[in-house]
Design a binder for this molecule. Sequence first.
Ligand code: ACM
Ligand code: ZN
Length: 365
Amino acid sequence: MTRTLSARRCAWRGLLLDEARHFFGKDAVKALLERMAEHGLNVFHWHLTDDQGWRLDLPGMPELVRFGAMRASSPRPGEDASSDGAPYGPFFYTARDIREIVGFAGALGIRVVPEIDLPGHVRALLAAHPELACEGAEFPREPLCTWGVCEDVLCAGSDEAVDFCGRILEAVCDLFPSEFVHLGGDECPTARWRSCPRCRERIRAEGLPDEAALQGWLTRRLAEKLAARGRRTVVWNEALRRGDLPPSAVVQVWCGNPAAEAAAAARKGHDVVLSPVQETYFTLPEGLPGDPYRYRAWVLENGWTLPADRVRAFDPFSFVPPDLAGRVLGGECCAWSESIHDRAELEYKVLGRLAAFGEALNRPF
Ligand code: ACM
Ligand code: ZN
């Protein structure tokens, strides 16, 4: 079924664009889709929700963008959290915008895979709906203005929170025809679940071994909802560490030992998409002389760079043993935008390496 994504060796030739941390808008997205098509890429993974912003105006849920699409400031990484002081937004896409982009992408042979990151990376959602947070969690009614991983996550013990996510996914399925819907699942701290009475009761009632397993429980529930709409769930690889998922779920590997993570997921029967940081994260500077964007970028304390030649050498199939090659759908490069502030910077950081990525993923059999 998934092989119908494309008849080439890599069926999934993707680019992730994070528009939650910074927002680039329809024209920039369309220009990027055109470049993707030129380079033979066919999956636009649209990261539309995170701690720092909620960019989807969904019918019947006006609070999402009323509270989630604007934040008080956007500090540059490594600087004081209050240093920039410039309100950012409101920025979001309407249902009409989404249909326009999906249609534009479709005409170029690109499918749009939306990501609703759950149950972590949800501070913008919780700004709109504080009632979906764990008991005892306190935070201002606005998205996060700093970067990194946030302790405030969705209350997996709350039936209301689970139902609300179901409604969000229904609306997402109405808007996006893609067979695949990404549920995120990365970087989800469990501290709130440990102390929340509702979450502790859920763990008890469901016979779960610990709070980490709550994520697996919730993801299975949401995956069932998507399956009922004929969709396949995609998750980041950490989600699979938190409990088994239906074999139809696709696992996107970014962190840990990518080869071990990909092989483990494939052995459980999952199709995998490879996005290892050191090969595919355009967050890393290219290392070009005269880079005008030389301030410290987030995730870069290690000093890594990602030159185009390394991207060109990327082979998703090299991460799994030959007997699991049939589980590799392909690869995806990632433009996370904590340190990408506007369209010019986006194009500087993405376009050159996008061409290299296209070469890598369109190699003949
Ligand atoms: C990720 O980079 N947090 C998936
Ligand atoms: Zn809770």
